[in-house]
Design a binder for this molecule. Sequence first.
Ligand SMILES: [Cu+2]
Length: 360
Amino acid sequence: MSTIPEQTRRRVLQALGAGTVLLAGCSSSGSETQQQATSTPQTPSQNGAQSTDVDRVAADPTDIPAPIDRNTSETIEVEMTTHEQVAEIEPGVTYEYMTFDGQIPGSMIRVRRGDTVELTITNDESNAMPHNIDLHAVRGPGGGAEDSTVAPGETATFRFEATYPGAFIYHCAVPNMDYHISSGMFGMILVEPRDGLPEVDHEFYFGQQELYTTGDTGEEGHHDFDMDAMAAEEPTYVLINGERAAITPNNYGSPSIDVGEDARVYFVTGGPNLDSSFHPIGSVWDKVYPQGAIASDPHRFVQTTPVQPGSCAITTLHAEVPGNIKLVDHALSRVARKGALAVISREGEENTDVYDPDPA
Ligand SMILES: [Cu+2]
C-alpha cells in the first residue's frame, strides 16, 4: 500500500531530489531549507482524529477581490503562501490538507487584461513538501511552475503579462501534482476583459475537488491519502470548498441574495480527475461562460454545465423567488454520499406568478 503520507513525502522528495535540484535557482539559504525539506514529518495516528492546526479550510465564497474599476494596465503584486495543515473534512474526520493561503479554493487572483502580475510564492517553513504554482493564465514554461518550485522555507518570484481574458485555474504542479490538487492546492485567477464585466449585485467563488483517503466516507478518525484509490479514481469525498457541505446553513452558513438580484458564481474544478456537472437546484444558470471563456458570448438558460478538471465556469443566476438554491455536482451520489453541496439562499417576497407553493 502506498498510502502513508510519510512514505509519500519521502518518495516525493526523493523523486524531486529535494535539497539539490529544488534548491537550484531559489533565493533562500540552501542548507537550512534542505534540513527542513528532508525532516521526518509527524506520523499520524490511524486510530483517532488528529488535533487540528486550523478550524477551517473552506474558503468564504464572498471573500474575493472587488471588480476592477480602471482603464489602464498596472503591475499587480500577488503574494501567496502554501500550507500543509490538519483540519476536519467533517466533524471527527481529520486530514492533512495542502492549500494556497490556507483555504480551498485558494485565494482568487483578480487582474485586468494587459496587467503585469508579479507573483511571489512562499512555501511555509513548517511544511514538509515542495510546492509551486501553474496558472493557466500564463504563457510560459509550466504556467510558471518551473520558476516557482519552492522547498519549505523558500520564496520565489516570477512575472507575467495577463495577455488574454477569462477565468483560469491555478494549481500546484510538482511531480505528484494529482495528490497535491486532491489535497486542496488549486484556485482561480480571473483576468477581466479591458472593459470589465457586467455589473451584478453579488459575486461568489466556489471550487470542487475530490479527496482520496484511507478511510471510508464519514469514518471518524484521521484519514491518510490513498494513492491507489486516486489511481482508480474512486474518491472518498467530493467536496465544494474543501469540506463536506461546507457552505450550507448548518455548517459555515450560506451567502444570501434578495429576490430581484443577480449573482455571479465563479467556479473552478481542481479535480484532479472528476468533472463537475455544476447545477443550481431550484434555479437555472441564466448565463454561462463555459470554461470561463469570457471573451465569447455566454450560453443562456443552462441547467447543468460541465466544469472539467483544470477548468472553470463563470455563471450568473437571477433570484425570482425566495428559498435555497443548492449548488451541486449533478452526479448526485457525490452529493448524497460524498459531500458535494453548497447553498445560496434567496430572501424576499413570494412571487406566485413564477412559483406558487399552495395554489387555492
Ligand atoms: Cu504542492
